[in-house]
Design a protein around this ligand. Structure first.
Ligand code: MN
Length: 397
């Protein structure tokens, strides 16, 4: 927990990863204990500040995995999730975690229809659980579930009472993903102005804005950002660790010391463990993010990568790919053949490009290296030219 303690001291922006809790709550996803331990270690190596490891009161394997993760002595703080009751918190403390999340609904819709109780009951139970945990000397986050549909005056009252009970931060949960960045900014500003409480953004992606909302909250003063690898999580998922971390680095110029080069490894591992493959256009780590096919883009990237890339693929463990297909240009074809040790003339490249385009349309996809070689062989045969010398700078006969 050294990294977390230092972050607290410095007042830096911190990443709270909940892949092992909210991520595993994705319908149909289960991690084995071995996978959980591996993911926790990978998250720690990447440099997240806090890992929400699970829900101890579930007992059995779940509790055992949390206990083991807490025993590793990682740089990240290990947090366990609890409902607002003393029994849940007791299970968490038995795991040896250094941080506790106490979660309770604050919106009237949840209080009335799910908990079937009153705001007073919510305040009272939150206070009891927080006071109990603080007496045991752990860090406490109070999670306002469904905060984004909560009456703001009540949310501020709830935050003040949490503060009075000794809570260290408020987790603002956009449980059903209904925030948009402008409202997020307004609301988080008001909560922080009114209470001075540390705030964590916990955003869901139901309208595709989880990352945007998390960053808007940060701009309004929230110091903690809740994330999951690949944006795993309930329904449409959470803000993605890799998106938030890269946005902080490249759009805000913030150095959180995150080891982004391991992102592809981490994201692929979690994709396999969760049975949710990375889709090709997944921001940051999708296979398409550094693949260029269109003639204009490929030409630009080959001349100067920054023309069409904000950061280099190596930054996240990927490699640039020039795809040869329907949208390719002559220059990309020439460059591709240089990779095979063949220097094409402009005329040859134009002829081959024509054949490439009709093959790509017929197949409805870009071409594999082998298919490009067949096209080249057919071309040589058709034009009955003598075979060229291989290699660079050789003249065509
Ligand atoms: Mn959630």
């Amino acid at each position: 927990m050294k990294r977390f303690t230092e972050g607290l001291k410095k007042g830096s922006i911190m990443l709270v990863d909940t892949t092992l809790r909210d991520g595993e709550q994705t319908a149909g996803v289960v991690f084995s204990n071995r996978e959980k331990l591996r993911i926790a270690k990978m998250l720690d190596n990447v440099g997240v500040h806090q890992i929400e490891a699970g829900v101890p009161v579930m007992g059995g394997d779940e509790k055992e995995a949390i206990r083991q993760i807490a025993s590793y002595g990682l740089q990240a703080s290990i947090m366990a999730w609890n409902r607002a009751n003393v029994n849940d918190v007791r299970h968490s403390l038995e795991c040896g975690v250094d941080a506790i999340a106490v979660s309770i609904s604050t919106s009237d819709i949840h209080i009335k229809h799910k908990l079937r109780t009153s705001r007073e009951w919510v305040l009272e139970n939150m206070t009891k659980a927080v006071e109990y945990a603080k007496n045991e000397g752990v860090y406490v986050s109070v999670n306002a579930e469904d905060a984004s549909r909560t009456d703001l005056d009540f949310l501020i009252q709830f935050t003040r009472e949490a503060q009075a009970a000794g809570a260290d931060r408020l987790r603002y949960c956009d449980t059903v993903g209904v925030l948009e960045p402008f409202r997020t900014y307004e609301e988080i500003s008001r909560i922080i102005d009114a209470t001075g409480m540390d705030v964590e953004m916990h955003t869901h992606n139901d309208f595709g804005m989880a990352t945007a909302n998390a960053l808007a909250g940060m701009r309004a003063g929230a110091r903690f950002i809740g994330v999951t690898v690949n944006g795993l999580g309930e329904r449409a998922g959470n803000a993605a660790l890799e998106e938030v971390a890269m946005a902080l680095k490249f759009l805000y110029g913030m150095n959180l010391g995150v080891n982004t080069k391991d992102f592809l490894n981490l994201c692929e591992y979690v994709a396999r463990a969760s049975g949710r493959p990375l889709y090709p256009n997944k921001p940051i780590v999708g296979s398409n993010t550094f693949a260029h096919e269109s003639g204009i883009h490929a030409d630009g990237v080959l001349k100067y990568p920054e023309t069409y890339e904000v950061f280099s693929p190596e930054e996240v463990g990927l490699q640039r790919q020039i795809i040869i297909g329907k949208h390719s240009g002559r220059k990309a074809v020439k460059m591709k053949f240089v990779e095979y040790g063949i220097a094409l003339s402009d005329e040859e490249a134009s002829d081959i490009l024509e054949a490439v385009r009709s093959a790509a349309v017929e197949l409805k996809r870009p071409l594999f290296d082998k298919e490009l070689m067949y096209i080249y062989e057919d071309y040589l045969y058709d034009t009955k030219r003598p075979k060229k010398n291989n290699g660079f700078g050789e003249e065509t006969v």
